[in-house]
Write a protein of this length. Structure first.
Length: 59
């Protein structure tokens, strides 16, 4: 059996250098917006009765 090649290419980057430099205010707004989206996704997943029913049917 021959070894498989990796499916993902390695990404080389400098650990000491940030990938993106943003002004503090924009970075704070971005983090808050992402947190709000994640919380909304969790709340939507908890209230999805159809998803719960489908999950029970596949057990």
């Amino acid at each position: 059996m021959r070894p498989r090649s990796p499916r993902q290419l390695p990404m080389h980057f400098e650990h000491a250098v940030p990938a993106v430099v943003l002004p503090v205010r924009i970075a704070q707004d971005l983090v808050k917006a992402l947190a709000d989206l994640l919380l909304a996704a969790v709340v939507d997943a908890d209230n999805d009765e159809e998803r719960d029913d489908a999950h029970e049917d596949h057990r």
